[in-house]
Design a protein around this ligand. Sequence first.
Ligand code: UDX
Ligand code: UDX
Length: 471
Amino acid sequence: MNIRTICCIGAGYVGGPTMSVIAQKNPSIKVIVVDVNKARIDAWNNENLSKLPIFEPGLAEVVKEARNRNLFFSTDVDSAIDEAEMIFISVNTPTKTYGAGKGMAADLQYVELCARQISKVSKSDKIVVEKSTLPVKTAEAIKDILANTNTAVNFEVLSNPEFLAEGTAIQDLIDPDRVLIGGDQTEAGLNAIEALVNIYTAWVPEDQIITTNLWSSELSKLTANAFLAQRVSSINALTELCESTGANIEDVAQAIGSDSRIGPKFLKASLGFGGSCFQKDILNLVYICKSLGLNQAADYWEQVVIMNNHQRNRFAHQIVKSLHGTVAAKKIGFLGWAFKKDTNDTRESAAIYIADILIEERAYVQVFDPKVTLLQIRSDLNGLNTRSETENDKFLVNHSDPYETLNGTHAIAVITEWDEFKSYDWQKIYERMQKPAFVFDGRNILDQKKLESIGSVSYTHLRAHETGRNL
Ligand code: UDX
Ligand code: UDX
């Protein structure tokens, strides 16, 4: 079966880039991306490509090529569902903030709403594809809703989880390690799988496309993220030990990663992982294990998140400790707010939690991020509900210029590993800082020797043996 029209519900960080690449590589397929958020759709349709709602290297070029050729962005969800033979569900699945499983389970209300809307509108057979990361067995619920609310048409449900990482999404989509497609092992299910395989083979070699049953696919996505996050927590768990023993975490990571059984990637010590996926997916895995009575497995995975929280807190408290035990009324400059470089996404960024601790200690937090707006920073902090919005505003400062932002600060915390931070004029920054001047490099990206040579008191958080030296 050859698909002619695709609809994707959810024009977010996953749906937007994924559909753009599918449309670029399949010019004969019409791809309609829909979203309930009108402002977001307007931004996707903006003539000015620098105004797309998502910053992702290479995305603007793909959108430019495919938009209004065979790629369309719209708020008319019903028409798009009606027209499409294949519908991707790419809505967000945040951690539940209420009821049973609060703080752990995935909130599937948007996914369920999508299923109900698909069922209500459909007049012809549809293949429904789960793109969002979902708990294992979610397809069962989707099938149940579809089968019981619209008996006139046939629905096949597939799982096709996305493995793109933000900041490298286009590269990851164009040259994926693998594409995973799960579906029922029935004749209709296998036909649906084949229809989706045909879309990907437009640019992905067939031997890189893995097909499985639905449950293996759903569970693989959840656990792939857990494995990745576990590596970050494992290396971060060693930073403290390095600091106490005089070992250098980067040397240790290199030595560990050179073992081909372990590999060098994802061993970069940091102030803790962020992003919309890792924490949410592990908590969800923990919840599933607990629900099945697998308490040891639940505890094992939960430790990855506990370690991550500890690393964030530790970074903030070391700033306080180094600044003679108090940051009250002191100015702390933040370089970066996004959860990693090359994205404007701030969800679960360590920045939010570190700023919250410092503001609780009454420090002024002055933030510069090349791609994140003050509006977003304020909304992230207010989202924690630690204090009133007015109070947060009192302690939060943001400038569009990095030098302006760092002017008069007592300390600088490097939060995100944006490349441009490395090439700043650190002599100029140092001269305008309060003395003694501290730099806490939560990403190990700055040249510590150079910083020390210009006379700053450099406390480079994760490079243990040189830390805390008063030069
Ligand atoms: C993705 C995945 O889909 C999610 O499973 C994963 O775990 C995190 O990343 P993402 O694309 O990053 O989500 O989410 P987001 O950028 O919030 O986009 C979701 C979009 O869906 C939003 O634009 C929202 O407006 C839209 N939406 C949500 C709908 O159109 N309808 C709804 O009912 C709910
Ligand atoms: C992740 C997965 O990588 C991707 O496959 C999945 O589809 C979605 O979730 P993403 O969250 O976009 O992608 O970014 P990722 O590159 O995985 O980084 C997550 C966090 O871990 C970031 O805060 C990053 O700074 C941190 N990290 C990553 C480290 O601290 N050290 C590392 O070595 C790698």
